[in-house]
Design a protein around this ligand. Structure first.
Ligand SMILES: Cc1cc2nc3c(=O)[nH]c(=O)nc-3n(C[C@H](O)[C@H](O)[C@H](O)COP(=O)(O)OP(=O)(O)OC[C@H]3O[C@@H](n4cnc5c(N)ncnc54)[C@H](O)[C@@H]3O)c2cc1C
Length: 407
């Protein structure tokens, strides 16, 4: 039996971060991913400042691969009549490219001492006085397994079955589609300037959801996403054409009639699972639904959960207690850190879907409300959702007070 303390299944940001912190803590770690790295992943590639602030041990790896910060954001109402402009000040989000970012985190885990198996698919996991992870390249044995294989994670399915959590339905899972054309430095400087302003359009081309443009160094990351109940019924090609046309008309996209090779991926939008542990097992990141239901941001939550998971793994190894009850300290740790925030965001996501015009209208007229939107949407203003009073005021405004052009 080849022995590891922990096998991390999945080498996205959540898995690599878990493996990094576990290996740094001196644990014997294996990480298994089905793809060959470097590999790309459908994503907007926007990192909120919290990633660097709250995971400072990874900052030396991430900082050199940041393409650029974005200094401000423009959020448009569905009618385009109202717009929120928010300047991030010194608290900017960062633009990265996932192909580079994910590979960097994987290499950081390797450098910290984790044994990395890429191009190796996890096919089964069995519990037999330890954990046996069966892969396309043979079996691996360990005391614990971490599920970080994204929304269709096998380990997460086992946790759901054991803990009685039902699968996501079409109102809880979304699909986001994106494309990254290289528009060249000259166009980028002209249209997006040094500030590399982020653009967000609520209900672009009438679909329930939002569209975005996140400008990198010379590459535009353009995308839109929404709940599957909507995405399943739309003509994706038509929506792309109208969204690109809208951007082109405003000078934010250079070409006419492009036929983009769009990529998409599922995105859990129903909030985190109410159970994220079972005997010898923890699940992190998308597999556990740790994604903002409002913005689709998942990198920060998954990475932070990975860091918190390592504290519980160490305790379990030290005590020899791998029961679900003992491992639940991980569940409560992430819940205390961002669980309530994700619940609040789920509530705001419902509001934003129902009243996007009204939300942007109020945000465009009041600095405090505008800050709350920036915070909710991009997690950038210090203080976060602890600012309960202004949030209550925003809610009152949105729900109660009419304005001309109701939406
Ligand atoms: C279009 C789009 C745009 C997005 N934009 C943003 C954004 O701008 N900012 C942000 O913070 N979040 C964004 N997200 C969400 C973000 O991409 C995810 O939250 C994030 O990737 C979660 O990381 P993860 O490690 O949990 O899962 P993933 O990144 O999905 O990694 C899972 C890994 O598991 C591996 N795997 C799967 N099955 C197996 C198997 N059987 N055996 C072995 N390995 C396996 C996969 O190869 C993959 O490498 C976006 C999502 C989409 C779809």
């Amino acid at each position: 039996m080849s022995g590891y303390d922990v096998i991390v299944c999945g080498g996205g940001p959540s898995g690599s971060t878990t493996a990094f912190y576990a290996a740094k803590a001196g644990l014997r770690v294996a990480l298994v991913d089905r793809t060959k790295f470097p590999r790309d992943k459908a994503c907007g590639g926007l990192l909120t400042p919290r990633v660097l602030n709250e995971l400072p041990e990874l900052a030396p790896y991430i900082e050199p691969i940041i393409e650029c910060p974005s200094q401000d954001v423009q959020l448009y109402s569905p009618s385009m009549k109202y717009r929120i402009d928010f300047d991030f000040g010194s608290n900017t989000p960062w633009n990265i490219r996932r192909e580079v970012f994910d590979n960097t985190l994987l290499e950081a885990a390797r450098e910290a001492g984790a044994k990395i198996f890429t191009d190796t698919r996890v096919s089964d996991v069995q519990f037999n006085g330890g954990v046996t992870v069966s892969t396309t390249k043979g079996d691996l044995r360990a005391q614990m397994a971490i599920g970080a294989m994204g929304p269709n994670d096998k380990l997460a399915q086992m946790v759901r079955k054991t803990r009685g959590v039902r699968p996501w339905n079409d109102g809880e899972i979304g699909t986001a589609l994106m494309w990254e054309p290289d528009v060249g430095r000259e166009f980028m400087e002209r249209a997006y300037g040094q500030k590399r302003s982020l653009l967000v359009h609520f209900r672009p081309a009438g679909i329930e959801g939002y569209g975005w443009v996140f400008p990198k160094d010379t590459i535009l990351n353009i995308g839109f996403g929404g709940y599957n109940r909507t995405i399943k019924s739309i003509n994706v090609r038509e929506i792309w054409t109208s969204y690109l046309e809208l951007l082109r008309k405003d000078g934010y996209f250079p070409k006419k009639d492009p036929d983009p090779p769009v990529k998409g991926a599922p995105l859990p939008l129903g909030g985190p699972l109410r159970a994220t542990t079972m005997e010898r097992t923890l699940i992190v990141g998308d597999s556990a639904g740790m994604v903002s239901p409002l913005s689709g941001e998942g990198i920060y939550y998954g990475m932070h959960a990975g860091k918190l998971a390592v504290e519980t793994i160490q305790q379990a190894l030290a005590s020899g207690d791998f029961s679900q009850r003992a491992l639940d300290s991980y569940h409560w740790a992430w819940y205390r850190t961002f669980g309530q925030e994700l619940k609040d965001l789920a509530f705001f996501a419902k509001l934003a879907l129902k009243f996007p015009e009204r939300m942007v209208y109020y945000g465009s007229r009041d600095q405090q409300t505008c800050e709350i939107f920036a915070d909710l949407f991009l997690g950038v203003t210090p203080g976060g959702l602890g600012k309960r009073r202004p949030i209550a005021r925003t809610l009152r405004n949105i729900i109660r007070y009419p304005y001309f052009g109701w939406g």
